[in-house]
Design a binder for this molecule. Structure first.
Ligand code: ZN
Length: 500
């Protein structure tokens, strides 16, 4: 085999992997959007077969020989090829450590667990979901043990979702945020409360759908490559490559802001994924590099831009056009204040920018305790309710509004949550850097996202997974990570909003 032949095989291998990923992704997407209820077992069967084939392809002898050959000829590879080989080999070395039957059983478990979670959430029935969650945590612990026997299992997963993260760093990060947020929240709660009547009323789903499509266009999402559907818990997924992206939302007819910000959040993820350079399509470098950087983009659009005063000035006339009766007699200023009302609440996805990180902190503490064996899955609901009382001061009425609210654990994603808080903090530094060269507020007031998207594309999106997340962060932000920038941003914004 010559190096040139091996490079051709490397390309073909990734195209094949991408095709399996496309099929698996589409099956998953169908399952959580429009598939009939009774189809989960069939889908689980098919996904099991496809996962087995993908596993064989990814870890097979031929693939390993090819990658090791290329790894031995590193200096003849370009930067992208070197990174592809590195990532593929890293993945193989990890997957080889997980017995194939356990890997396949896990894939099936996730499909069944998500189905059980849907039913359990609807009926607020934690015991129905509990046996699945037991198994998911057990798998997470066991798989971490196979992949990194010397590492703490939760540290292993934190690092999987955000390279470089461990409990020590996360503890320090959350402690820093908590020390700023809790006293600020106390001052906000003691201040005169903002009027939110502009958000109240009846907002028919059909008109909310018009608003979603309008927002997607304003954000610069290409309707030929980004689809929108409805689901219980909004999410984004790439299918096969950055050329096929799907986002989802959930409409509540008494609350247009919920879907509004789901669309902007998921739209931020989709912008990031679809912003990969075209040369990365059908390779492992395509799409976002880490969960933390991904959330930095989604939460950047959702909060730093979407909940800014400047964007509300653009948004209000749009809302007045779509919901003329509901917006009559209101103003952009009222909208800005209402959309930023900060108060302790129950649901993470609808939490304001200020309290959001406390919701994440609850999940972090619980995952850490369950993974360490210090908390039984059976006791999660009670522990959840206790921490919500302690950190946010709220009483959780039932598990639907408590421990069953998020889909992440059902999907097997344990260690994902901290990346939401990290992403929020990354975004504040990106914004500060962007403002050196882009008049962000002026763009937002005019509903012109192009200069903002161009900056993000140039500094972040185009690279896909070419650089490690920490490296990419510093390249884009022009400085090391510093959570105090985010804390200062919150302090300034909420002091101004509440006249503190
Ligand atoms: Zn997200």
């Amino acid at each position: 085999m010559t190096v040139s032949e091996a490079k051709t095989s490397l390309k073909a291998l990734q195209e094949k992997m991408s095709a399996y990923g496309h099929a698996l992704g589409l099956l998953y997407y169908d399952g959580v959007t429009s598939a009939p209820r009774g189809t989960a077992a069939n889908r689980g069967q098919t996904m099991g077969v496809l996962s087995e084939e993908l596993y064989k392809l990814t870890t097979g002898q031929e693939t390993v020989a090819l990658l090791e050959f290329l790894d031995g000829h590193k200096d003849e590879l370009d930067e992208k090829e070197q990174r592809m080989v590195f990532l593929l080999l890293k993945n193989i070395r990890q997957m080889q450590k997980i017995p194939m039957d356990e890997y396949i059983a896990h894939e099936k478990l996730v499909v069944e667990a998500e189905d059980a979670w849907h039913t359990a959430k609807e009926s607020s029935d934690f015991p129905l979901f509990e046996p699945y969650l037991e198994k998911l945590f057990a798998d997470a612990r066991r798989f971490a043990g196979y992949c990194a026997p010397d590492k703490d299992p939760y540290d292993y997963w934190l690092n999987e979702f955000e390279e470089g993260l461990n409990r020590e760093k996360a503890d320090a990060f959350f402690a820093a945020l908590r020390s700023h947020i809790v006293p600020l929240l106390q001052k906000v709660c003691a201040a005169p409360q903002v009027d939110t009547s502009i958000l109240q009323g009846h907002f028919p789903e059909a008109q909310q759908d018009v608003l979603s499509r309008r927002l997607m266009a304003v954000m610069g999402l290409d309707p030929d490559h980004v689809g929108l559907a409805t689901t219980e818990h909004p999410f984004t997924t790439s299918l096969g490559s950055h050329l096929d992206e799907r986002i989802t939302t959930h409409y509540y007819e008494d609350d247009f802001a919920s879907s509004l910000y789901s669309v902007i959040h998921e739209g931020g993820h989709a912008l990031y994924d679809t912003g990969s350079d075209d040369s990365l399509a059908y390779t492992v470098l395509d799409g976002g590099v880490s969960m933390g950087i991904h959330e930095s983009q989604s939460r950047f659009y959702e909060n730093l831009l979407g909940r800014s005063r400047a964007f509300c000035e653009y948004l209000f006339p749009v809302l007045a056009e779509i919901f003329p009766d509901q917006m009559a007699g209101h103003s952009a200023g009222e909208l800005y204040k209402a959309l930023n009302k900060a108060e302790p609440s129950l649901i993470r996805t609808e939490a304001d920018e200020l309290t959001y990180c406390l919701h994440v902190l609850v999940r972090y503490e619980l995952e850490k305790a369950v993974m360490a064996g210090a908390l039984a899955v059976h006791d999660l609901p009670a522990a959840w309710n206790r921490l919500y009382k302690e950190y946010l001061g709220v009483d959780v009425p039932d598990d639907r509004h408590g421990v069953l609210q998020d889909s992440h654990w059902a999907g097997g994603a344990i260690g994902y949550f901290p990346s939401y808080a990290l992403g929020s903090a990354y975004g504040a530094q990106f914004l500060r850097k962007m403002k050196e060269t882009v008049d962000v507020d002026d763009c937002l007031r005019r509903g012109d996202f192009k200069p903002i998207n161009d900056w993000n594309r140039q500094h972040i999106w185009q690279y896909g997974c070419l650089y490690r997340p920490g490296q990419l962060f510093e390249m884009a932000a022009g400085e090391p990570f510093d959570p105090s920038v985010f804390a200062a941003y919150l302090e300034e914004k909420f002091s101004d909003l509440y006249g503190l």
